[in-house]
Design a protein around this ligand. Sequence first.
Ligand SMILES: *Cc1c(COP(=O)(O)O)cnc(C)c1O
Length: 366
Amino acid sequence: MQPKKNIVHLPVYQPGKPMEEVKRELGLTEVIKLASNENPFGCSEKAKEAIAAEIANTSIYPDGGAVQLTEALAKQLGVEPNQIIFGAGSDEVILMIARAFFEAGDETVMASHTFPQYKHNAEIEGAVCIEVPLKDGTHDLDAMLAAITERTKVVWICNPNNPTGTMVTHDQVAEFMDKVPSHVLVVLDEAYAEYNMTSEYPDVFQLLSTYKNLISLRTFSKIYGLASLRIGYGVGHPEVIRSINQVREPFNTSRYGQAAALAAIHDRSFINRCREVNAAGIRYLTEQFERMGLSFYPAHGNFIMVEVGRPAAEVFNGLLRQGFIVRGGHQLDFPTKIRVTVGSQEQNEKFIQALEQVLSEVAAEV
Ligand SMILES: *Cc1c(COP(=O)(O)O)cnc(C)c1O
């Protein structure tokens, strides 16, 4: 047996340690996970009710086309139903884009560093990844444009960028789209779009009315708090959506995911509350970082990448002993930074206390 050459070098995804294991190993009674940008307030009560009601239908296959959800979402977003495709998380939409668009030897352009799934799926399909360094933690759109060749099939823009949290603006994306050749599909991964508080954030629906070669990826895993149900979507031109639909598995999203998402999009007050509390959390955390003399990237999602001036692994382990799981930059190629998810105000305050304690114990790098 011989798997295909493209995958031989790929690592198997290493999940973070389960909370229960961390508690047992370190003898902690409480562990706060600020590592995966999950919603600290869970999900809408309406979504929970919808999930409970769906239990009766567990033996029945879901509607593969997610017709009811697609229609409701299209109405809310002001697009046509044939402009939307659902996936098992936006991760699966990324996978389907790679599967639908790449042939061996095609090129694809992305930032370094950004969300790892673009590269992962492109490599599985045999595409060549051209990685363009971030500038001050932000996508360098001019350099990405210069990296496009006639072999380029897809360009990935993660906005805000995971793991740095920075954003590119509407005007920057519009200018970029004006210059990108029409044979290139531009993927705007907007997993944190609903957290946005600035008018400069791209209005992707306006851009979609001008550019056929653009797709926005959204998810129910982040602000909607439905990560375990694996449901996300892409919005783009009907032709692009059709191509992706051709490679979609027949029943790729679950009844629970669809029902919860349908209820969740109608509970705007939950989303508005989460957005506001998150913005206050970012203000609090960044003020505290400033007080502590720590620099950070401007945060536009529900997480912040902060420079701790010390080996990230040591700070990560110190925080773990205090009962906090964050994302250590040592695993992301940011050796002296950590990425922390914005929690509830109580969690944020406890986190700052723990961080101060850890930074007093770990020697600063000179
Ligand atoms: C979390 C995340 C996703 C994917 O989330 P799903 O749970 O697969 O919907 C996609 N892109 C970015 C940048 C993310 O942070």
